[in-house]
Design a protein. Sequence first.
Length: 323
Amino acid sequence: MRDKFGREMKTLRLSVTDRCDLKCRYCMPEEGVAWLGKSELLTLEEKIRMVETLVELGIDRVKITGGEPLLYPRLAELVERLSRLSLNDLSLTTNGTRLEPLARPLKKAGLKRVTVSVDSLDGERFKAITRGGSLKKVWKGLMAAEEAGLTPLKINCVVLKENQEDVVELARLTLEHPWEIRFIEYMPVTASVRLERSEGVPPREVRRTIEEALGALEPVASYAHAPSTDYRFPKAPGKIGFISSVSDSFCSRCDRLRLSADGFLKLCMAHADGLALKPLLQEGAPPEVLKERILGAVYHKPEGHAFWFTTPAPGEAMSRIGG
Ligand code: SAM
Ligand code: SF4
């Protein structure tokens, strides 16, 4: 499954719900967003059918996301069904608030690993950025995930001026734990959350701060289409990744498609283009038709984003896109 630039699609970000129990400053507006209605959402069977179809077309890595995926009531069942497909990776990105009780059942269902979003190791700052989140709870979730074997564990941190001073302590975790800490550049994806560009911190600045405090990083190899460029401190068990989506775009090696909770196959996070699959499923489109429509849409995947130079579609909250 290739687009007109020759990029082969291998990774699917599957958003299982648009709902979230936090309102992170860079992701959701303070007043929240309207949730999709039940009748608009893909059913469990529809989600599975769509993933199966995409796997037949070449997808071999599935990342479950949200909103907050742990709010999806049938998550373990979904994971169990997806784990039977021929995939090289089945992972989940979560804010961690409900991870403590769910880590073990998800591992048992066949989930391989998790990425947990932790923007600060300071409880007050964490609460401010997530608009009410409890770092203690998330940390317990993280520990439960490690104990359950949902590894290698990754931590995502979107770096804003507000939490810039946390990057050294987060990076220090890699000296003791076999975790990957990924520092993400803020992306102005949605019109409803438009921080000033100056509120974000470019990854090269994050790297400089970390190296000044903890010493030089050395490059390490990672998955060829990974959005992050990875490093480690000499002999450290963990890794540090920088996701420079804006200042050093990785669009030319993008292998991702996104399927939203209401069945929209989104071709690029920064563009509205895509294919509404729910109506096709409801019309009873046969597998060949579905595949043909998907291949046709994927061919026209946009070349890349032009963040800060284009106006994003209104209402396209990042929480709904799923990161
Ligand atoms: N709720 C889950 C979580 O927070 O991990 C999954 C969905 S969230 C949208 C996925 C990832 O996108 C998170 O790591 C989050 O930090 C990141 N993210 C959200 N808004 C962002 C933005 N404007 N720029 C960069 N990353 C963003
Ligand atoms: Fe925060 Fe994830 Fe919810 Fe967005 S979807 S508000 S990043 S927890």
